[in-house]
Write a protein that binds this ligand. Structure first.
Ligand SMILES: Cc1cc2nc3c(=O)[nH]c(=O)nc-3n(C[C@H](O)[C@H](O)[C@H](O)COP(=O)(O)OP(=O)(O)OC[C@H]3O[C@@H](n4cnc5c(N)ncnc54)[C@H](O)[C@@H]3O)c2cc1C
Length: 452
């Protein structure tokens, strides 16, 4: 068993594919159109404070099993932690510390709003059980519902939605609940439930204790060095060449060609056009890629001259701007010193309005938001701010899109697809990218075994 394998795209799906193919003893070339690896997860330099924050805060669910397999392969598994609690804050100064692990996390699901009455809590518990049941046994029309409609249908009371469920749904689909697909949310819930049963503990949320390049790229480069993976930067793939149902190579934008016995096409849905033209079903895949569309995310890294007074590594601001508002305290998360200021990262998912605004306006708005929740923010000065606007942060997980995601297998056994937008158990996440890579690599290795 052997041969030359080309992986197109150096994001997480491509990195994981290249690492696992190399681990299996294959000769691998990785083509990345940019001058760096990591794709949509990467560190960025903040010049004025000489620091390396990320392009956006990435959280990690404890059920991300393929992502953890990747981290184990590249030696950075220990750089992810799962805090036991988080803090929810309301603009009037009220706050609630919620447990995120163990039995306490289950209680959190049943309602934590300080205004919730006993009746609200009972209704929340009943609605949560209904949600869970319907996630495992989806009603026929679930794919036609938004998460907002689904929550209404199961009778989730307003305080439970405000303190938890709307927030969770926004985080999972990166879309406001009125647009986000109930089917996407249900599938992630069902996956989380299965993981919880398998590991006998509820799925919880954690975070990296290092920047994203250290977490994902540095260890991969070490593996590539050890295993002789040929990494080519600024190598833009144009077309995957197929002759008589067999992949023969990849044509690059500069006119050169890389010979291949197998290809993993790990580019996002925005970049797939043209690459698959030799594949019989290319028209269906490209039409689906187009339809899947995009959701914007805006991240703001704020360096302040003083601490905000956060208590948890990440805190949820309830009743904020109607989209997801979370504050990540990098001092607690990374144990970083404060000689360059206190770094707080805010990420807005489904940022359809924010994405149109200028960076300065976004910083002003985010500081105004923080001042509503943290008294210390009132006099705080911004030492440096980075606004990262990603109009195509993920494919759009609105109602009706879920069934469009293509499988990793194609009609040509030596060509497979990978990437967060291909069909997996998860929404558009790092785990979806890693899971797609695991399936893609297994398909190629099975095919190689059959040929051997
Ligand atoms: C701000 C932000 C916050 C997020 N937060 C979370 C989170 O908290 N938790 C979570 O799990 N997920 C999160 N995500 C989603 C996660 O980052 C993505 O799902 C994941 O990184 C996608 O990886 P990928 O390999 O599928 O695609 P990408 O990372 O987009 O990688 C594709 C690569 O292909 C390259 N490429 C494209 N075309 C070509 C070509 N023709 N030739 C060669 N190379 C090409 C691109 O340059 C890119 O490097 C977030 C995303 C963003 C943007």
């Amino acid at each position: 068993m052997g041969g030359r394998y080309v992986v197109i795209g150096g994001g997480l799906a491509g990195l994981a594919s290249a690492v696992w193919l190399a681990e299996a003893g294959m000769d691998v070339a990785l083509l990345e159109r940019r001058g760096r690896l990591g794709g949509r997860t990467h560190a960025m330099r903040a010049e004025q404070v000489d620091d390396l924050p990320d392009n956006g805060q990435h959280v990690i669910a404890s059920g991300y099993e393929h992502l953890f397999r990747y981290l184990t392969s590249v030696g950075t598994r220990d750089f992810v932690v799962f805090p036991k609690r988080s803090t929810l804050r309301w603009p009037d100064g009220r706050k609630k510390v919620v447990q995120t692990t163990g039995f306490g996390a289950v209680r959190t699901l049943f309602g934590v709003h300080p205004d919730a009455t006993v009746a609200d809590r009972l209704r929340a518990a009943r609605a949560t059980l209904r949600l869970g049941w319907q996630a495992l046994h989806p009603p026929a029309d679930l794919a036609d519902l938004s998460t907002d409609q689904w929550f209404d249908r199961v009778g989730m009371p307003a305080p439970a939605r405000e303190a938890l469920w709307d927030w969770l749904a926004l985080g999972i689909a990166a879309e406001p609940v009125t647009r986000g697909s109930a089917a996407v949310f249900a599938r992630v819930m069902a996956t989380g439930f299965r993981m919880g049963v398998r590991h006998r503990t509820p799925v919880t949320i954690g975070y990296p204790t290092v920047d994203l390049d250290t977490l994902f790229v540095t260890g991969a480069l070490r593996v590539f060095g050890e295993r002789g993976v040929d990494v080519r930067y600024r190598a833009v793939a144009r077309r995957i060449e197929i002759e008589d149902g067999v992949v023969t190579g990849v044509l690059l934008a500069d006119g050169s060609r890389v010979a291949a016995d197998g290809v993993v096409c790990a580019v996002p849905n925005s970049n797939v056009a043209g690459l698959l033209d030799d594949l019989p079903e290319h028209a269906e895949i490209c039409a689906a890629a187009d339809k899947l569309g995009y959701t914007p995310i805006v991240s703001t890294n704020l360096y302040l001259d003083r601490p905000l007074g956060t208590e948890s590594a990440f805190e949820g601001l309830i009743g904020g701007t109607g989209v997801i508002d979370e504050v990540f305290d990098r001092q607690i998360m990374h144990g970083r010193g404060t000689d360059r200021g206190w770094l707080y990262c805010l990420t807005t998912s489904g940022a359809y309005e924010q994405i149109e605004k200028a960076g300065d306006e976004i910083v002003t708005e985010q500081m105004a938001l923080l001042r509503r929740y943290y008294p210390a923010a009132v006099a705080a000065e911004v030492l440096e701010a980075q606004v990262v606007k990603m109009p195509r942060a993920t494919f759009s997980q609105v109602v009706g899109m879920d069934s469009l995601r293509p499988p990793q297998r194609t009609s040509v056994p030596s060509l497979v697809l990978a990437g967060d937008w291909t069909a997996t158990d998860w929404s558009a996440t790092m785990e979806s990218a890693a899971q797609s890579a695991a399936v893609a690599v297994e398909l190629l290795l099975d095919h190689a075994r059959e040929r051997a």
